[in-house]
Design a protein around this ligand. Structure first.
Ligand code: C5P
Length: 205
């Protein structure tokens, strides 16, 4: 069983993907981390994330980079969003994601193009969304809990800019697969969102 969980930043897709993996006993890959690692590697190399050649050269990052807590930062998310527009970068990361998705026994992957590009044959496809306001509020609370006080308006503006870039790029833009079911988590708490996701997967398998 392959479960594809796609959606915009801070929609709850990561939490849902992790919970589905635990529920079904499947391995989980957060594919955003791969793009974040490429973004960080470009910065380390002193390259330009908007340059396709610099971004491609950073795709050979060391696996250990995936454990760097710095990858979770907003800055890394912004870099990831910039390197991810280059088709050569998406191609370079394809095999790794494809191999993970097709391992025997199944897998859960979350990202932007799992149901459309990486695993179009997935058993269950969820497209997780939430209003910009709800997503910004969650991100804000998460940052406050880490002792970082960033203005809510700045977080909202950053999310909106990232959504815009992810939706409008020509290579694998963020959009639901035709056979995906959309789950809106705007008004759902963590447990309710997870329960709704499990019910949808049960319906699709
Ligand atoms: O999901 P996350 O916020 O970690 O992703 C960071 C960025 O990486 C996204 O804004 C998106 O531009 C890119 N990404 C992508 N395709 C994926 C996963 C992430 O383009 N499958």
């Amino acid at each position: 069983m392959i479960i594809a969980v796609d959606g915009p930043t801070a929609s709850g897709k990561g939490t849902i993907a992790k919970a589905l993996a635990a529920h079904y006993g499947l391995p989980h890959l957060d594919t955003g981390l791969l793009y974040r690692a490429v973004g960080r590697q470009v910065a380390t190399n002193g390259g330009n994330p908007d340059d396709a050649g610099d971004a491609l050269a950073a795709c050979g990052f060391a696996d250990g980079l995936l454990d760097d807590p710095e990858l979770r930062s907003e800055a890394s998310g912004g870099l990831a969003s910039r390197v991810s527009v280059h088709p050569a970068v998406r191609q370079a990361l394809y095999e790794r994601q494809r191999a993970f998705a097709t391992q025997s026994g199944g897998a859960v992957l979350d990202g932007r193009d799992i149901g459309t590009v990486i695993a179009p044959e997935a058993t269950a496809k969820l497209f997780v969304i939430a209003s910009v306001g709800a997503r910004a509020a969650r991100r804000h609370a998460e940052m406050l809990s880490q002792g970082r006080d960033v203005a809510l308006a700045d977080i909202e503006a950053d999310l909106a800019a990232r959504d815009e870039r992810d939706r409008n790029r020509s290579a694998a833009p963020l959009r639901p697969a035709p056979d995906a079911i959309t789950l809106d988590t705007s008004d759902l708490g963590r447990e309710a969102a997870i329960a709704a996701a499990i019910a949808l997967v049960e319906q699709m398998r």
